[in-house]
Design a protein around this ligand. Structure first.
Ligand code: PAF
Length: 282
């Protein structure tokens, strides 16, 4: 696996990798890789002739009081895992390379970018959209792979790619969970054993809602109330039923509804969700 630090070299190498009959897949990450990230790489490998991954802890998507400084960095181990998974190219730029002095352009995806996590983390999705647009311009992938755990991010990036006419396909990949149900996240590393147990309230709340939907409940208010019963020991940010594409609230569950939750467990903010794909007939 070749590790590249400059935009110019990454552009040059991607230009050579990309041909019409040999699709290039891009897996953008902030490192601290876990099995969820590796599932994106495997999906990319199953669909693309070559894979480029990126590791860049993007300062633009962190708020002033967030965890940029302590965000886990496990670069050597990440490289080993990516190479083992067949990644041919890794882009790992410095902050100065991505945002040289004087850089003045950002991408705000208005409306949708201020919903869910965008509401509680002002500017977060502008940071995400800006860095991902830059990565798309640098690598020109045919397909880019993102986790469904960050469902709001996925919706914002799809909107951004549509609005800016990026000629690529965005692929959302299923959430990967630990055996106890906790969705994998690089931030799980922050949790003490007691907090990790508390964090299980998030998947439990979602399962409770899923079971109620399976039993015929369709009203968002009732489902949210049921989910809330599981969440009294965490500091809830949101538990919401929204349209998965627009992130606007829905009052009646239907295929395409996203049930999303965000909460702080101790100092750690965790998110989780599930997408209603089809409804059992009641
Ligand atoms: O999901 C992430 O890890 C980040 O938000 C991303 C897409 C790599 C942009 O920095």
């Amino acid at each position: 696996m070749k590790i590249v630090e400059t935009v110019a070299e990454m552009q040059h190498l991607c230009r050579n990798l990309r041909t019409e009959n040999a699709p290039l897949g891009l897996v953008p990450t902030m490192g601290a890789l876990h099995a969820g990230h590796l599932s994106l790489v495997r999906r990319a490998r199953s669909e693309c002739a070559s894979i480029a991954a990126t590791i860049f802890v993007n300062p633009l998507q962190f708020g002033p009081n967030e965890d940029l400084a302590k965000y886990p960095r496990t670069f050597d181990e990440d490289c080993r895992q990516l190479a083992d998974e067949g990644v041919s190219l890794l882009f790992a730029p410095t902050t100065a390379e991505m945002y040289p002095p004087g850089a003045a352009t950002t991408i705000s995806v208005t409306g949708i970018g201020d919903r869910l996590d965008g509401a509680s983390r002002p500017g977060h999705f502008t940071g995400v959209a800006t860095v991902v647009a830059k990565l798309f311009h640098i690598a020109h992938p045919h397909r880019a792979f993102f986790g469904q755990k960050d469902a709001a991010q996925l919706a914002v990036l799809r909107q951004m790619a549509r609005d800016l006419n990026f000629d690529l396909e965005i692929i959302g990949c299923p959430i990967v969970r630990d055996a106890d149900g906790l969705a994998l996240s690089s931030r799980n590393k922050y949790l003490s054993p007691a907090e990790r147990t508390e964090a299980l309230a998030l998947p439990r709340a979602l399962r409770h809602i899923q079971q109620s939907i399976a039993s015929g409940e369709r009203q968002s208010d009732a489902l949210i109330q049921q989910g809330m019963q599981e969440l009294n020991r965490v500091k809830l940010d949101y538990l919401a039923t929204v349209d998965a594409q627009t992130l606007l609230p829905v009052s009646t569950i239907q295929p395409g509804t996203l049930i999303a939750v965000a909460a702080w467990v101790g100092q750690t903010r965790l998110i989780d969700n599930f997408l209603v794909e089809n409804l059992p007939s009641s």
